[in-house]
Design a protein. Structure first.
Length: 322
């Protein structure tokens, strides 16, 4: 009998503070209309001074565990995707394990920028399929507002904070049908975030902020996501019409629309959270999935395509029978 990973619960958390395009236009030379037309974003959430990746992860994770109706102690693996960990170490996964009071499980972090949740999901799926784990908690949690330069209009308009979570369990019913992950390290200069604490003499003056050549990233993202759609459909011997929902990484509506077009899919079948959340990096796909599940759009038995693209470059997809 085939052993699948099935989504048994989802959760999400967004910090209270809302920062609008109007507020950002007080900080940098931009406007609500420019931001909305070019990106689809109107508002984003900003974490409070006491919040961390692990504190937000805990709230999202508890929601997912509650939705699954299981006990936290049943979890045998925690994978947290984050580019903004509380500490260099312990991992945010271990800090989350402590917060959830789980004594006996494995926990670690995955760093694949905005593709982090897809990478984490892919790893989780392999652990479950091989029998190495039975219940895996996957979380994406990001404090993008703390690594954004609020004087750089090319990046500060885009990002927001939040956490998304899902719980996977082994099942003989179809769940994750396939995952596909890729990396290409040659694009470092187009999108990176320095770590000033470990700077060399050559880059000691760099601040720890996101640096992005947005227009160039945009073009690669559109092409790459088009290719990953083909790869996913081919691997599953499926036509575009077999997919009920697209749950994309929320970076830019124009990138998402290009992927929907490739799938010959109406935007009505795309879960969009971008307008009020911005780009929450590795949290975005999980937050969008949680929203689609909780508001009843995504139903059991439907086929859902998750995809993401981010720094590295990294990119990936997961095809799920929900
Ligand atoms: N307000 C007003 N004008 C602006 C702003 C702004 N906020 N930002 C840039 N401009 C100006 C530029 O200076 C430029 O002016 P010029 O023509 O006089 O030189 C003009 O607008 C066009 O700039 P572009 O950079 O070409 O604008 P573009 O349409 O590409 O939009 C954006 C920029 C929104 C950043 C877009 O390129 C984008 O979304 N890129 C992809 C981001 C992404 O997917 N990142 C990957 C995930 S993130 C991660 O992994 C951490």
């Amino acid at each position: 009998m085939t052993r699948y990973s099935r989504v048994i619960g989802t959760g999400g958390y967004l910090p209270e503070e809302i920062r609008s395009n109007e507020q950002i236009s007080q900080l940098v030379d931009t406007s609500d209309s420019w931001i909305f037309e070019r990106t689809g974003i109107k508002n984003r959430r900003i974490a409070g001074p006491h919040e961390t990746a692990s504190s937000m992860a805990e709230i999202a994770a508890r929601q997912a565990i509650e939705a699954a109706g299981c006990d936290a102690e049943e979890i045998d693996l925690i994978i947290v995707a984050t580019g903004t960990p509380d500490r260099v170490y312990p991992s945010t996964g271990c800090l989350l394990q402590q917060r959830l009071g789980i004594k006996n499980c494995v926990a670690f972090d995955v760093q694949a920028a905005c593709s982090g949740s897809i990478f984490a999901l892919s790893i989780a799926d392999q652990y479950i399929k091989t029998g190495a784990a039975s219940k895996v908690l996957v979380v994406g949690s990001e404090l993008c507002s703390r690594i954004v330069d609020w004087t750089d209009r090319g990046t500060c308009i885009l990002f927001g904070d939040g956490a998304g979570a899902l719980l996977l369990a082994a099942s003989d019913e179809a769940g994750i049908l396939s995952t596909h992950i890729h990396s290409d390290g040659q694009y470092e200069e187009l999108l990176y975030c320095p770590n000033p604490q470990v700077a060399t003499e050559a880059n000691k003056d760099e601040a720890g902020f996101i640096s992005m050549r947005g227009n160039e990233v945009f073009k690669v993202a559109v092409n790459t996501l088009g290719r990953i759609v083909d790869e996913t459909l081919e691997a599953n011997n499926m036509q575009q019409s077999g997919i009920d929902w697209l749950v994309p990484h929320q970076a830019n509506t124009r990138i998402i629309a290009a992927t929907a077009k490739k799938l010959k899919m109406s935007m009505d079948n795309v879960i969009l959270t971008l307008e009020n959340q911005g780009n929450t990096s590795s949290a975005s796909v999980l937050l969008a999935l949680n929203e689609g599940v909780r508001d009843g759009r995504i139903q059991r038995g439907q086929v859902v395509l998750l995809e993401a693209f981010g720094a590295g470059f990294t990119w990936g997809s997961a095809l799920i029978k929900y």
